[in-house]
Design a protein around this ligand. Structure first.
Ligand code: WTA
Length: 652
């Protein structure tokens, strides 16, 4: 196993051997069956073709399931024609389900909105007409910078409907981060809001768009602004339009045209191992197939009766795949919540579950650990008996959090599905199947039927049970990324060059004695803070862009609540060391460059950084310090005395 930390985690997990077989009742009625594994193993491509035809409405059937002739660039469901928005909306109305609720939306201050499938279809048609009227055509890019309000989903589906490619930028990102993403994708239109509510107060959004577009040289022609919190905003005449005046005023007649199965659906930027975020590209047919398939089978979905709540933000891939697309493609009723879990009180989530009788909850371990800290008496005040299944995503879930989730939230009866996947994989890859798999606290366990993964050693050889290594995907999958926007070489190099003919996920993993997979966290320079991906290099670049900083090294140190926390080691320039506020200044600087989520939890001023003879910073040693351990093996350092020097400087 690559790093110390993963080794320790592995050691702890070896002692975890609880197992929870599905209840007879659940197993007898489960949507997923063990037969799926056999079917997929017998004819993998045939299996996916069948899933795709069953789950989606194709306007024109596909001729070939997979074209891998230009590997690692895949084409799925070749020759097929489809419209994503039609699949998520119109077809449910046509099938007589127009009155079913599509979205139960709950604003942070307690205001609510409800959209039936018929109403959501109409709203999306209007938005599609409005975007077209603003000059957006098939293939154009649209940046969506919105809070958790229904217009986020409406805008995404409107883009999909007309074949425009959306690039949703998380509302917590800064103006600079937004501008970088707008420029990289050459977006023509930006959809935003005046703001949102955060912890009981209005929180602005539009000023970041104004700041992002201040410097000339961008490609944006119009900005459509949703009025959400009613705070005053600056206005660029000619460029800015209110949503009410453009979208609400548009015609509700709009025919969904068919797009090629491989037509790009969206770009979503994610942190990689270099400073520059990668625009992960997803296309239509394969993405919809795998997300709908996993949503149905992993969540045991019954669209006519379930109320499904994915508590992620739309700005991350979980919000794309499991809020905006798959639940609606599957015709489910979803809950969408705008605010934080502790506003106006720490029982807000449980209150929402009680109110809407939520049956399926999909959340991140960091949230669960936070609730654990707040105490079990809080959820105990609410009726959570509607819950039948709980999902986890975003980072490894420790067995304690898993057990708490099951016992305290799930009443000791709900299956838990720990789903491993990534922005790049588009949809779930590894997860138990409820009703089929006997679950183990802390393990994502097995690849979904139709998906082939393994854990391999440095040379790419599968490891034996009981051993750790690198997680790989052995064959192309429908919702795989189709590339990095504008950078095919980086796509090949990042994912397909580490091992021959296998996708390198960047995660460490272990196989237990049963061959089940336990995820152990990233093995590269990507951190996972509260389930959000951050790049060490990106934060380092932000730090050194400040005049006070000569050099910086960032590590993700384990943190009880957030999984990992950003810890920065900096060497200051000249007189900056005398400035008592320098740490706060630097923290704010990172907030401005990237976004508040990237602000280091701790900034440690050091005289030197540990480097190898080739000049590579040994982050492993810094991580030891950040986690309060004795620094490990330092024999490859260019200067062996450095660690001593650093430790002493930090004691002062
Ligand atoms: C981590 C989020 C362990 C992993 C969907 C991966 C997980 C990264 C799990 C992708 C899980 C996600 N168990 N680790 N169930 N789910 N991860 O792109 O390190 O934001 O590589 O996608 O999150 O993060 P991303």
């Amino acid at each position: 196993m690559p790093e110390n930390e993963a080794g320790d985690a592995l050691e702890n997990l070896l002692h975890e051997n609880r197992k929870f077989p599905p209840s007879e009742d659940f197993a007898a009625n489960a949507i997923a069956t063990a037969a799926l594994y056999q079917e997929a193993a017998a004819d993998r491509l045939g299996f996916w073709a069948k899933q795709s035809r069953e789950l989606l409405s194709w306007g024109q059937d596909f001729e070939q399931t997979l074209d891998w002739s230009e590997a690692p660039f895949a084409k799925w469901f070749v020759g097929g024609k489809i419209n994503a928005a039609y699949n998520a909306l119109d077809r449910h109305v046509e099938a007589g389900n127009g009155d079913r609720v599509a979205i139960y939306w709950e604003g942070e201050p307690g205001d609510t909105r409800e959209y039936t499938y018929a109403q959501l279809t109409e709203a999306v048609k209007k938005a599609a007409n409005a975007f077209e009227a603003l000059g957006v055509a098939k293939g154009d890019r649209v940046a969506i910078y919105l809070p958790m309000i229904p217009e986020a989903v409406i805008s995404m589906l409107a883009c999909a409907r007309i074949g425009a490619i959306h690039s949703v930028v998380f509302g917590g990102f800064s103006a600079d981060a937004l501008r970088n993403r707008i420029d990289d994708a050459e977006a023509k239109l930006v959809i935003t809001a005046d703001g949102t509510y955060r912890r009981g107060a209005p929180s602005p959004l539009k000023p970041a768009v104004d700041a992002a577009l201040e410097a000339p040289g961008h490609t944006v022609q119009h900005v459509v602004v949703v009025k959400r919190n009613g705070e005053p905003v600056a206005w660029a005449e000619g460029r800015d339009r209110w949503w009410t005046e453009t979208v609400d005023a548009a015609s509700a007649e709009h025919e969904a045209v068919l797009h090629d199965s491989e037509h790009p659906l969206f770009i979503l930027y994610t942190s990689g191992t270099t400073g520059k975020p990668k625009g992960i590209l997803h296309t239509t047919g394969g993405y919809l197939t795998q997300t709908a398939y996993s949503h149905k089978n992993v969540f045991d979905l019954r669209p006519e009766s379930d109320v499904y709540w994915c508590a992620a933000d739309i700005g991350w891939v979980t919000g794309h795949s499991y809020i905006a697309y798959s639940p609606l493609v599957n015709g489910a009723s979803i809950v969408m919540y705008e605010g934080t879990p502790d506003t106006p009180h720490q029982g807000r989530w449980w209150e929402i579950i009680e109110k809407y009788k939520v049956t399926i909850l999909y959340a991140a371990p960091t949230a669960i650990r936070t609730f654990m800290k707040w105490g079990r008496e809080i959820p105990a005040k609410y009726d959570l008996s509607s819950l039948k299944l709980l999902g986890s995503v975003g980072e490894p879930i420790n067995p304690e959090a898993w057990m708490w989730y099951r016992e305290i939230i799930g009443g000791g009866k709900t299956p838990i599905v720990d789903t491993w996947w990534q922005t790049e994989t588009g949809g779930m890859m590894i997860s138990p199947l409820p009703g089929v798999t006997a679950t183990k606290p802390g393990s994502a366990q097995v690849a979904l039927p139709g998906i082939e993964v393994d854990v391999v050693d440095d040379l790419g050889q599968p490891v034996a049970n009981g051993q750790g290594g690198y997680l790989v995907v052995k064959s192309p999958w429908p919702s795989m990324l189709r590339g990095i926007w504008g950078d095919p070489e980086r796509y090949k190099e990042t994912y397909w060059s580490r091992f021959d003919n296998m996708y390198f996920a960047g995660d460490g993993a272990k196989k237990d004695e049963d061959g089940d997979i336990w995820l152990l966290g990233r093995v590269d320079d990507v951190m996972n803070v509260s389930g959000h991906r951050l790049s060490t290099t990106e934060i380092e670049s932000a730090l050194v862009s400040h005049p006070s900083v000569a050099e910086a090294a960032v590590v993700g140190a384990s943190d009880e609540t957030t999984g990992q926390a950003v810890v920065a080691f900096v060497i200051l320039r000249g007189s900056a060391a005398e400035d008592p506020d320098v740490e706060q200044t630097l923290r704010n600087h990172v907030g401005k460059e990237i976004g508040p989520i990237a602000k280091p939890k701790r900034i440690l001023v050091v005289p030197e950084l540990p480097k190898t003879r080739s000049g590579k910073i040994m982050r492993r040693l810094l991580k030891d310090i950040a986690e309060g351990r004795e620094a490990g093996d330092a024999t490859t350092l260019a200067d062996a005395g450095i660690m001593q020097l650093i430790s002493e400087s930090l004691k002062k």
